[in-house]
Design a protein around this ligand. Sequence first.
Ligand code: TRP
Length: 342
Amino acid sequence: MTEISESGSQRILTGVRPTGPLHLGHYVGALENWVKLQSDYECFFLIADYQVSDHAEDLPRVRQSVLDVALDWLAVGLEPEKCHFVVESSVPEHAELTTWLSWWTPLGMLQRNPTLKAELSEIESSSSKRSAPLAFFNYPMMQVANILMPKAHLVPTGEDQQPHIEMSREIARKFNTIAGRDIFPEPQGLIGRVGRLVGTDGQAKMSKSLNNAIFIGDSPEDVNKKVRRMFTDPNRIHATDPGTVEGNPVFIYHDAFNPNQDQVDDLKQRYRTGKVGDVEVKDLLSEAINSFLQPFHERRRKFTANTDLVSDALQSGSRYARSVAQETMSDVRDALQINYFK
Ligand code: TRP
């Protein structure tokens, strides 16, 4: 069991890297849980701007993405009155904790991390043939520092983050052993209702870099266009051919975003028996996604018209997170007995 933090309530820390706008995969994998849990936990939602070294050639975009992410968060219903929005680099203690924790982290733990391995090969095989910077290799270590910093109990994220959460658990255990007392709770992961959403092209994962994403901020026209081009059952040529529903991205999205269960069941039944065309299935999907996104767009408009609210949220959340971080760092330095000047 996880321990109760001093404040008497359990804490959440989770985050994203500021690499662009958020998409439907982020929503069903993680954000939806964040919105639900923001009232029950003390929540730290982190924009991990130390962890985008693979975008070092485009810092202006990183800076813009920090604001875009905050805007998407507000749009989906995170409320800064209930939770803390944190810009990672405004809490430089993250860099210090990363350094200390890396003393007790075997190199092999990073070399074996499947998510890191996949991302490194994606960077290295990209058309620009870049080699990943050293900082990229170390980002899971920094993510561990993010999670341990507020002594988080729960980390709601998409499925691909699980190796990093497992690493946090191992390192928390190890550090507690070294300290001789329980400084860090062992954090639990929590995956959303669709841990990994397929892309519009049928590839395993929706991702901005794979160009197969529907963004939370996409207009109805964008959504219609993207859905119309979506990958379906490749073996089905005519509307009268029986089609496969299982694993078909169009139906995975209907299940995820269309609340009209009767309509979805009817479409599936007719698809299986060759009694519905792709156009009808897709038009109804666009409609469902657009009404799903509509309340987000309304809130986004409100905050776009008042960007001070966005920067205020980032500033006050980061300031609070820093005060929490300073307490943790003082525990860490005490545990390591490195208070030379006390
Ligand atoms: N690595 C996560 C991602 O790519 C972002 C992240 C940074 C994160 N720090 C975190 C997620 C701490 C959970 C907890 O999306």
